[in-house]
Design a protein around this ligand. Structure first.
Ligand SMILES: [Fe+2]
Ligand SMILES: [Fe+2]
Length: 319
């Protein structure tokens, strides 16, 4: 979110724009397209037309404006409306871009590219969805992380060192600059505060609507399980958003970043991780004849709330 508080306030004051939506339409999500990989770019070419449906792209499209343009031009040609939330990869300043925009400046560049295609971003009013199951507001968000997804006995100061002890260090430490903030933690603080204000205003102004909260980083630590690199968790979110699904009346929380597709339920809110991921992470499905269309996750109307007290995690191979 831009650091200009007046702009944030102005956005919040106008947060009930109506979608030009077909009430029979569906809302899908996908994330982590990672278009720097040729086979992922080839996969995107297979995206099928969905003229009555909408699509959320939940970050990590790629590192350059060319990647964004490819994704946005393809998605807007196939879907009635497209939403985007930034991932860490969009925010990278690559070595080949030395002297280019950094941090918030890079984010602003991405937002401007999205606007060229009419793609809605965290900087736009939340769109209102009229479909079966009641009205919803679609809220793309940008919150980043603050290293708080760590064990209680690891201090903030030691968090990165703790991850490095197992050979884990996010590329963000080198390529994701926090400018104009002094750190990514400080940037995250500001983003969380601005997003809380906008979400609270949206809920107050739309008491009949449920929210679809869509951001790159998971909102809760308990939906982060990284078997191969568990200590990567410190780059996966912030505990400050732990209760946002109940505070802000969320029907569904959509995220990516983990490259681990899963569905969880917390307090009757559905949590969907909807990554495509790096080529090797969906190769098995590709080899069995699937394509990118099989990885679109249906957000609305979506499945019914399970009747069990504590529904188990669904680990999804695709979709
Ligand atoms: Fe990713
Ligand atoms: Fe990511």
């Amino acid at each position: 979110m831009y650091s200009d508080p007046l702009m944030a306030q102005a956005e919040a004051a106008d947060s009930d724009a109506a979608l030009p939506s077909n009430p029979c339409g569906r809302l899908y999500a996908i994330s982590d397209l990672h278009l720097s990989y040729k086979s992922n770019r080839e996969a995107l070419e297979e995206l099928a037309p969905h003229p009555n449906d909408c699509l959320i792209i939940c970050g990590d499209i790629g590192e350059t404006s060319e990647h964004l343009r490819l994704a946005f031009s393809t998605a807007t040609a196939c879907f009635e409306k497209v939403f985007w939330a930034p991932g860490n990869h969009e925010l990278y300043t690559m070595p080949s871009q030395q002297g280019g925009a950094r941090g918030e400046g890079k984010y602003k560049e991405c937002v401007e590219v999205a606007r060229e295609y009419g793609v809605l971003t965290p900087e736009d009013p939340y769109a209102r969805w009229h479909g079966e199951g009641g009205p919803c507001l679609i809220a793309p968000i940008f919150t980043l992380y603050d290293y708080s997804f760590r064990p209680d006995d690891v201090t903030l100061e030691d968090a990165v060192k703790w991850a490095k002890e197992e050979g884990v260090e996010a590329t963000d430490e080198v390529l994701l600059h926090p400018d104009p903030y002094t750190s990514r933690i400080e940037w995250c603080e500001a983003l969380v505060a601005q997003t809380e204000t906008k979400l609270a205003d949206a809920v107050a102004r739309n008491p009949d609507a449920k929210l679809i909260i869509a951001g790159h980083w998971p909102l809760r630590q308990d939906v982060v399980k990284l078997m191969l690199v568990p200590r990567f968790s410190i780059w996966c979110g912030t505990k400050q958003t732990d209760d946002w699904h109940t505070r802000f009346n969320a029907k569904v929380v959509v995220s990516g970043h983990l490259h681990v597709r899963r569905t969880d339920w917390r307090d009757e809110t559905r949590f969907e991780e909807c990554s495509l991921g790096y080529p090797k992470q969906w190769k098995e499905c590709k080899d069995s004849g699937m394509d990118i269309n099989d990885f679109l996750r249906e957000i609305l109307p979506g499945p019914a709330v399970p009747t069990d007290d504590k529904p188990a995690t669904i680990w999804r191979r695709y979709g």
